[in-house]
Design a binder for this molecule. Structure first.
Ligand code: FES
Length: 77
């Protein structure tokens, strides 16, 4: 499996809606960071699909080094 590509140097704020599904880009190739746009095809990687628990703004990882995906854990530093 390839390593994910670093897609940014800090998290991206995303306004999540409770009960809605989101696909966080795990490969780093998406042009719609931090969410998947299908460019992972052929990499062996796949997005992390999650359901928002609350309607709130969350900081999603763009560096792809987080240990708490899809959320930023400060690993970009
Ligand atoms: Fe990166 Fe889908 S484009 S996981």
């Amino acid at each position: 499996m390839e390593l994910p590509k670093r897609a940014g140097n800090g998290p991206v704020a995303v306004a999540l809606e409770a009960g809605k599904n989101y696909a966080w880009c795990a490969c780093g190739l998406s042009q719609s960071q931090p969410l998947c746009d299908g460019k992972h095809r052929g990499t062996g990687m796949s997005p992390d699909v999650f359901t928002a628990e609350n309607t709130e703004t969350k900081y999603l990882c763009a560096c792809k080094a987080t240990g708490n995906q899809p959320f930023c854990d400060g690993s970009h530093k």
